[in-house]
Design a protein around this ligand. Structure first.
Ligand code: PRP
Length: 209
């Protein structure tokens, strides 16, 4: 049995559809209830719905053998897992955004609000800019509007949230997409099953354009 941590939400539904098409169906998962664990012994698979930012914790600690996590989470927390596939789903980018009229003159420490302090810290270190990080947990776009920060480092998907709050992208930090990740010891002990699953998932990736 392979234990799979799925990210709850819209991305998770697309991810499950990929597993289903890859031969790991589990019909009970489509029943609309509040259950979080579903299994199909015939297909050799058990699914858990977890918060997207927690998938890598379940996989790193072996509570799940495999899972699907955003590259943003992998870059921020650097979990000790194998990243085997880019699923070409959940595509967006990590970007620096600010009020339209903001210009960084570089004459003082830049105040950066973000949910991703490690990604933001590494990005500004790479361009040699001194920053003061303000760690927030959501609704990051409010920070520059209220003067809490000069800029934000956040996920931009359609750009609607920025637009509706009169902010704009100033720089792209890195493109993001969903990745298939594997626990290191599961990979050692369930090599054949996990390699088979990886190959089957790889065949589905091309349909995600
Ligand atoms: C994410 C991100 C942006 C928004 C970007 O927020 O932090 O706010 O989505 O998407 P868009 O470019 O398509 O508008 P999320 O919905 O995860 O909420 P939170 O960060 O406020 O928790």
């Amino acid at each position: 049995m392979i234990n799979v941590a799925l990210p709850k939400g819209r991305l998770g539904e697309k991810v499950y559809a990929m597993f289903e098409a890859a031969g790991y169906e589990c019909p009970s998962i489509k029943e609309n209830n509040r259950k979080l664990i579903f299994e199909n012994p015939e297909a050799g698979v058990r699914y858990f719905w977890v918060k997207p930012s927690d998938v890598s914790i379940y996989v790193e600690r072996g509570a799940a053998d495999v899972g699907v996590a955003g590259k943003d989470i992998l870059l921020e927390y650097e979990p000790d897992v194998y990243e085997l596939l880019d699923l070409n789903l959940g595509k967006c980018r990590m970007a620096v955004a600010a009020k339209k009229d903001f210009r960084d003159r570089g004459d003082r420490t830049l105040k950066v609000a973000t949910k991703f302090p490690n990604i933001a810290g590494r990005y500004y270190a790479s361009i040699g800019r001194d920053i003061d990080i303000i760690k927030l947990n959501g609704s990051i776009e409010i920070a520059p509007i209220l003067g809490l920060s000069d800029v934000i480092v956040d996920i931009v998907e359609t750009g609607t949230t920025l637009k509706e709050n009169d902010l704009e992208v100033k720089a792209t930090v890195i493109p993001i997409s969903a990745r298939f990740i594997v626990n290191k010891s599961s990979f050692r002990f369930k090599t054949a099953e996990i390699e088979r699953m990886t190959e089957k998932m790889k065949e589905q990736v091309k349909f995600n354009d």
